[in-house]
Design a protein around this ligand. Sequence first.
Ligand SMILES: [Zn+2]
Length: 374
Amino acid sequence: MLKLMTYKICCTSCHKASARTLDFRCSSCGKPLELRLDFNFEPRLVQLKNYSAWRYARFFPYINQNNVITLGEGWTSLVEFNDSLYFKLDHLNPTGSFKDRGSTTLISAIHRQVKQHRGYVAEDSSGNAGASIAAYSARAQLRAKIYVPENVLGPKINQIKSYGMPVVKVVGSRSQVAQKAQQVEKGKFYIGHIFHPLFRDGIRTLAYEIAEQFNWKTPDRVYLPVSAGTLLLGVISGFRHLVNSGTTKKVPTIVACQTKQVSPLYHRIRKLEYKAPKKVTSVADALVSTSPPLLDLMIKELQEIHGDVEIVDENEILNAFTELAHRGFFVEPSSAVAYAAYQKQLRNKETSKADKTVIILTGHGLKTKLQPTS
Ligand SMILES: [Zn+2]
């Protein structure tokens, strides 16, 4: 007999359980919610003939399989770059970023409820998540309003609008954009990807894929860029689930990579004071969360798994971006941050070429406004 897959959506602070999948924060204390999985990952339940993130459908028990909204996301290639260094090509997802893993999960879970209320969803984003939520809403024939900072320009805005979704530009900081998106309006359901636990939970599939692509062995180190923390927390959750289930032996050393300008996590972990710039001008324009609401959770999770942090400056990012492109990997500068951090740690002998390492390439180069230098 199959074991029932059970789960709970709970507050990360007061641990109160939430009954509604549409809740994006705790109804008693307002803190972020998280998914608690009360079942094991079992490789035999992977649907081997499904070549998308939905090969792991059995491990998402809160989604009715008839309600899945998919654009064929996930099961992205893991490419060997050199001897022990691999790139996970998550920039090749349907909207050009890893965010599609979160969007397919969240929109699949909630689209029927929102439609029953004749409502629409609201999301705030610096670009990639907005484009992703817009695309999956379009696929679900659901309306989505995307709130962005006024300085978001170019390909990302065009992408959101092309999916037929309205863009609301908000003057002020990134958190003011979030406030505006959360403002109560008739028919509006706020599903901001930074807060919503089901978006973050969808990122679990990235860890499952890396482990499966290595035949259920985990690599030594995984480098990923960190801004609001959805990628970091989702990947940690996936690797921990595999270890807790006895599928893999260890959680890899996760290296959270940030820009010098936007590095609140790095500074808190290293117990250094962080002064956020008045205006973020980094070429890594997807990494803008100077005061991320999930910071305490990121610190707790990263410390529990003995993860690492690294920061890189603008020159290091540009060099990494150029080197990746000159080797055929065209990614956003924000994705190049992880490769830049890896190179920095190699130079500083904080890692070695003998370590089996995965760098997650998160966003497509076609999204960048950056002009080639030569
Ligand atoms: Zn609470």
